[in-house]
Design a protein around this ligand. Structure first.
Ligand SMILES: CC(C)(COP(=O)(O)OP(=O)(O)OC[C@H]1O[C@@H](n2cnc3c(N)ncnc32)[C@H](O)[C@@H]1OP(=O)(O)O)[C@@H](O)C(=O)NCCC(=O)NCCS
Length: 130
């Protein structure tokens, strides 16, 4: 398995990973999905041969902070270290001066502490409508 920081993927590949992972994202709205791909500046992908099996999508100023919006691994490759490898590669590339922040899905709340995240009580959000 290889982690790639620069690979271009299509919105249909992104949709395929989201659908197969079980993560809830607006996969039926192709224009919105295309914007999600076009405007993110962190798209790390995990590959086995020519098949993309996982993705971490986010935004960083490459100076101070990084928000991880989506972490998803195709179901058949879950629990095999792919999610951890994607996050570790981002951490290594961004370096120690950049904080990583994310919102966990309910099913992943116990996951993030296992890969180095601390739970915080001082985070706030304004929830999107859809
Ligand atoms: C959550 C997800 C990204 C984890 O990726 P992964 O590649 O399967 O996880 P890893 O193999 O890196 O797991 C690392 C450790 O966490 C554990 N783990 C995996 N998923 C977990 C979960 N949902 N809850 C708690 N622990 C979990 C693994 O067993 C492993 O434990 P170990 O170190 O004791 O062996 C992936 O399962 C997924 O895509 N799930 C569906 C989408 C989703 O919920 N994404 C998160 C949105 S916030």
């Amino acid at each position: 398995m290889i982690i790639n920081a620069n690979a271009k993927i299509s919105s249909s590949q992104l949709i395929d990973i989201f659908e197969s992972s079980g993560i809830h994202r607006p996969i039926n709205d192709s224009l919105r999905m295309q914007r999600m791909l076009n405007n993110a500046n962190i798209i790390y992908t995990a590959w086995i041969d020519d098949q993309v099996i996982g993705v971490a999508r986010g935004f960083s100023d490459f100076s101070y902070c990084c928000f991880i919006s989506d972490l998803a691994v195709k179901r058949e490759y879950q629990h095999d270290g792919v999610g951890r490898a994607l996050i570790n590669k981002i951490r290594t590339d961004l370096g120690k001066n950049i904080s990583l922040v994310l919102l966990a899905a309910p099913s992943a709340i116990n996951y993030y502490p296992k890969i180095g995240f601390e739970s915080v009580t001082d985070a706030f959000k304004i929830q999107r409508k859809v």
